[in-house]
Design a protein around this ligand. Structure first.
Ligand code: ADP
Ligand code: MG
Length: 698
């Protein structure tokens, strides 16, 4: 069927050769290269071309397909140039209206031609009409489609018709033979091949509701496959790990750990005490810890990291603490220097911007063991860095690290072990993340991870009051900033940064910075953005952390982990452009002290429905778990591509909240399969995870 505005014949075959590869390139960019990738690219929704509706029965607002003979077709010029055709099916007539059209449209819609048209029916001035319907000429009695028509998520350069063809043929070729023994798959679910066939081309009697809410057996099979592969790779990794040895690490009486605990400026919360004890218990064992420490933003993970590092140091081993951004790493460094240098601990700082002699000196301090605690970005695990005795690696905001960096970390940990051939000892690993999933789910999902959860915020925190303002109320917000500054508080103003329009956004941040400088003559207003040299960034950040600078205008480089307790107001400009998790992270930068804090979300109308829902969700709730849940709900399948690319999505098809029973089943089957059918297990992991299996281990 023709896709308006360009009729089908021209897609894709008759494109000039130079442009013919545009859709192919788009496929590549979307990661749809192998037949399997295409087969797993599922429809967003379906269109029903399996039946015809009598024009007399078509109601306003219905999306449907009709067939009739063109009784009249003409180009009208008022109110603007448009093609108007009328069709008649014997029961009634319907207008097809095109504001954009090609000569080919006119040719097809000639009087006397029988056409099928599909679109939304609405009441027009001259009776019912379809605006820009999809249509094609047909012979009398031409067969109807025998399956629902898939509509795929796509991008502008990749026409739906091209994608449909590519997927339909890939589906025939894709290697989808059954890998699992009978009995492994939950009863009543189709084979993977049948499941995918059904999801791409559902029969006319399939329940659209079950396809959309993913309860259809075909969906269940797909989810089970994915969960099983994930569980297999986790169980496999856990088994491999069981053979490894690590140095048992314990605090010394009167040592760093004890003295740090006393020197801390606050008492640990019960949750912090509990997770610190869980970590300490792991470290004391002669096998490598592999633990995820999760806790909402501001729950106080850093101090748990510091106490764990102190244990390693007490035991005579080195600790590496790695953070995803230079600003965050630097902040950890400052804080830990404050806590640990008085206790006589040697520290080293490694980052991408520290080069040449300074870097060489640091590397030397790491290699000699003089630096007991090494803090930095992923520069910490570069090839030229060799630890004398690495006992513990801590990775902050672990989910922010890319695949390559996680792999590099694994290599580094392995290399540490390999270096001492006599008694290979692998370092312990502690990962920290603020992206929480409920604890019980986390424990069954991360079969290869032990999970500690900080489920309580430090006392005295007041929830951040979140307000939604249209950007026509900017001046009011600026006045509010002046108040806050007058009371000795500090303010963040965050501007969005979007890859394609970096230049524009930079202008945006620079402009806001200038405005605020003008509006707040007595205050120091700083500007921070991703393209500044690291030294300049650090200088600005240190003025802000030190309290000399009252207002910080920034692109989202401050997003993760930055901790300035005196900041009490956060303004987020173009809040509608941010994702929910990101908004939660950003808002988490305020409300870290005892004073009441406010987060103002400025938005530009009009808002899309999902943007509206996101903003509503962030105003309504402060709980990171709840926000993660709402995020999944709102994002739905439409945005999964973006999510997949950013690495945020844990799973592509299954949903941990809905699919807990399938997860439990996959967990059991995974353990059995590894014992009884190791080859099938390997094939399953390879099919679903390919090269990613390695990455999922860390
Ligand atoms: P996150 O879990 O987001 O990494 P941080 O470790 O940055 O949180 O801690 C947030 C703030 O709370 C910091 O200023 C930290 O010093 C403070 N903090 C941590 N634990 C406590 C506590 N038990 N009592 C009071 N303040 C605390
Ligand atoms: Mg943190």
């Amino acid at each position: 069927m023709a896709v308006v505005p360009a009729p089908e014949r021209t897609i894709p075959q008759t494109r000039e050769p130079a442009r013919a590869s545009a859709p192919a390139r788009a496929l590549e960019r979307l990661g749809l290269q192998r037949d399997l990738d295409l087969a797993l690219h599922l429809p967003l929704r379906y269109e029903d071309e399996t039946r015809l509706v009598r024009i007399a029965d078509a109601r306003d607002g219905d999306a449907l397909q009709v067939e009739g003979v063109v009784t009249d077709a003409r180009v009208e010029f008022r109110p603007r140039r448009q093609l108007v055709a009328r069709i008649d099916d014997g029961s009634g007539t319907l207008v097809l209206r095109f504001v954009n059209f090609y000569p080919s449209h006119q040719k097809t819609l000639a009087r006397g031609v029988r056409v099928r048209a599909r679109g939304d029916v609405r009441a027009g001035f001259f009776g019912r009409e379809m605006v820009h319907p999809v249509f094609k000429a047909v012979e009398t009695g031409a067969p109807l489609s025998n399956a629902l028509t898939p509509v795929y998520p796509t991008v502008a350069q990749l026409p739906q018709a091209y994608l449909r063809k590519a997927i339909a043929s890939a589906l025939q070729r894709a290697p989808l033979h059954e890998l699992l023994p009978a009995g492994a798959v939950p009863a009543g679910l189709p084979s993977l091949r049948d499941a995918l066939q059904r999801l791409h081309h559902p029969p006319p009697d399939a329940s659209l509701a079950a396809l959309h809410d993913h309860s259809d057996p075909a969906w269940q099979r797909l989810k089970f496959e994915e969960l099983l592969a994930q569980q297999l790779s986790q169980h496999q990794a856990r088994r491999e790990r069981a053979h490894l040895a690590a140095p048992p690490l314990q605090p010394r009486r009167g040592g760093v750990h004890e003295r740090l605990a006393v020197a801390l400026p606050f008492a640990l919360t019960a949750a912090q005490q509990r997770v610190a004890a869980e970590v300490a218990a792991d470290l004391a064992l002669p096998k490598p810890m592999h633990r995820l420490l999760q806790g909402d933003v501001g729950s106080g993970k850093t101090v748990v990291a510091a106490l764990s590092a102190a244990i390693a140091i007490d035991a005579g081993w080195q600790c590496a603490l790695m953070a995803p951004t230079e600003i965050l790493a630097e902040q950890h460094f400052r804080k830990l220097v404050q806590w640990l240098t008085p206790l006589g601990i040697g520290m080293a700082w490694l980052s991408g911007s520290r080069k040449g002699r300074a870097r060489a000196q640091m590397i030397e301090r790491v290699a000699s063991g003089e630096a007991a605690l090494v803090i930095g970005t992923h520069a910490v695990i570069q090839d030229d860095v060799h630890f004398a005795r690495l006992g513990l690696a801590i990775v902050d905001e672990q989910h922010r690290f890319g695949v390559q960096q996680r792999l590099a970390l694994r290599r580094k940990l392995g290399e540490q072990a390999g270096g001492r051939a006599a008694a290979p000892l692998e370092p312990h690993l502690l990962m920290m993340s603020a992206t929480p999933i409920p604890r019980t789910l986390a424990m069954s999902y991360f079969a290869d991870l032990d999970v500690s959860t900080i489920d309580e915020l430090p006392p005295g925190r007041q929830p951040v009051l979140t307000k939604l303002f249209g950007d026509d109320r900017r001046e009011q917000v600026v006045a509010r900033i002046a108040d806050e500054v007058a009371r000795g508080r500090q303010v963040y103003w965050v501007c969005p940064l979007i890859e394609e329009s970096q230049k524009l956004d930079l202008q945006n941040a620079t402009e806001t910075h200038r405005q605020l400088c003008d509006a707040l003559p007595g205050a120091m207003v700083g500007l921070l953005h991703g393209r500044m040299p690291a030294a300049e960034k650090a200088a600005v950040m240190s003025l802000f952390t030190g309290g000399q600078m009252q207002v910080l205008v920034s692109t989202t480089v401050i997003e993760v982990g930055v901790d300035v307790p005196n900041a009490s107001l956060m303004v987020i400009e173009h809040a509608e452009r941010f994702g929910l998790a990101q908004l939660h992270q950003l808002r988490g930068r305020v409300g870290r002290g005892a004073q009441a804090s406010v987060c103002v979300l400025l938005y530009s109308a009009p808002l899309s429905p999902t943007a509206k829902e996101r903003l509503r969700a962030i105003v309504d709730t402060h709980d990171g778990f709840e926000i993660a849940r709402r995020d999944l709900e709102i994002r739905g399948p439409g945005e999964f591509m973006g999510a997949r690319q950013s690495g945020d999505a844990l799973l592509r098809f299954a949903d941990l909240a809905d699919d807990a029973p399938l997860l439990a089943r996959a967990r059991t089957v995974a353990a059995q399969l590894l014992d009884s059918e190791p080859a099938a297990a390997r094939a399953q992991v390879e099919r679903w995870l390919g090269g990613k299996a390695e990455f999922l281990k860390a």
